[in-house]
Design a protein around this ligand. Structure first.
Ligand SMILES: [Zn+2]
Length: 137
């Protein structure tokens, strides 16, 4: 799924020009990539309960771009979010609900686990013990 957020980021990162200069360009890029990734994550996790994802991402990042670039940024966001939505829809049709969301566990380094859960499960095989805890609670 992260290829979609990565593609958005790659296409718009050179247009970053925070104004007024409250953040540096590298910091603005870091925030933009994080916003793209969390949008894609949320889309993968519950696409049906996420109205207007492209607009919501654009609202979050538009201030890091000059006015003259905002239309292009919006179309880029809209295009890749649309592709991500198509991808999710296809995956759900093919494999059933829940299979495209990554494992819900956090790794020892504090990052979200990127592995794919077993069909119908929320955790990957190495974190399946967490699911049992939730189910028995
Ligand atoms: Zn996992």
């Amino acid at each position: 799924m992260y290829r979609f957020s990565r593609q958005i980021f790659v296409e718009i990162k050179d247009a970053v020009d925070p104004s007024p200069d409250t953040v540096s360009v590298p910091e603005a890029r870091r925030r933009i990539l994080a916003a793209c990734e969390s949008t894609i994550e949320r889309l993968a996790r519950d696409s049906r309960y996420f109205p207007k994802p492209a607009r919501s991402l654009f609202q979050e990042i538009r201030y890091y771009f000059p006015i003259t670039e905002q239309a292009r940024v919006y179309y880029t966001v809209e295009r890749y979010i649309g592709l991500a939505q198509d991808f999710i829809r296809d995956e759900i049709e093919r494999h059933g609900e829940g299979v495209v969301a990554p494992c819900r566990a956090t790794t020892r380094k504090g990052k979200p686990c990127q592995r794919t859960p077993l069909p119908g499960r929320e955790y990957c095989p190495s974190h399946s013990h967490l699911e049992e805890v939730v189910l028995s609670a």
